[in-house]
Design a protein around this ligand. Structure first.
Ligand code: HEC
Length: 129
């Protein structure tokens, strides 16, 4: 019984670490594929945002991350995959129609999912607007 409880506590702790407030330059969680994919997307978003007022806009080219492993399986839910697909579609739409407005639609999709699943990175996400 204790073992089970400790185990839950352990996962809970990991969730706090990976979804807690983060220093924008320091991503504490080195563990999951999902976290790595998220970091790569965050970097891409920053580069693309900076390119918006230049002559050549850098496309996002996001690929599906539905099958990546999470730090904590409690992140898994029925709506995660559909929501992740919305992000990929909005990113594709931006790539085909790049503008500040379509970029912000992508940021909004990040925000909506994070409000439900993982509020820690919201600080970073809001800076992308
Ligand atoms: C479908 C839901 C969903 C969407 C959409 C989403 N995220 Fe996440 N994000 C998560 C979850 C869940 C985690 C925790 C993953 C883990 O630790 O395994 C996470 C983790 C992160 C992290 C922390 C990574 C780390 O080092 O621990 C950052 C930063 C992040 N997301 C940024 C973004 C950005 C930027 C976007 C939009 C381009 C985005 N996310 C879109 C669900 C989402």
């Amino acid at each position: 019984m204790n073992y089970v409880r400790n185990c839950f506590f352990f996962f809970y702790l990991i969730a706090i670490i990976s979804c807690g407030n983060q220093d924008p330059k320091r991503f504490p969680n080195e563990r999951s594929e999902m976290a790595v994919a998220m970091r790569n997307m965050t970097d891409a978003m920053i580069k693309t945002k900076l390119s918006l007022n230049q002559s050549e806009i850098i496309p996002l080219r996001f690929t599906s991350f539905n099958h990546n492993k999470f730090t904590d399986t409690s992140f898994k839910s029925d709506w995660f995959a559909p929501m992740a697909d919305v992000l990929i579609n909005n990113a594709k739409y931006f790539d085909n129609n790049p503008s500040l407005e379509t970029f912000q639609t992508v940021v909004n999709t990040c925000q909506v999912c994070h409000e439900k699943t993982c509020p820690g990175p919201l600080v970073q996400i809001k800076k992308l607007y």
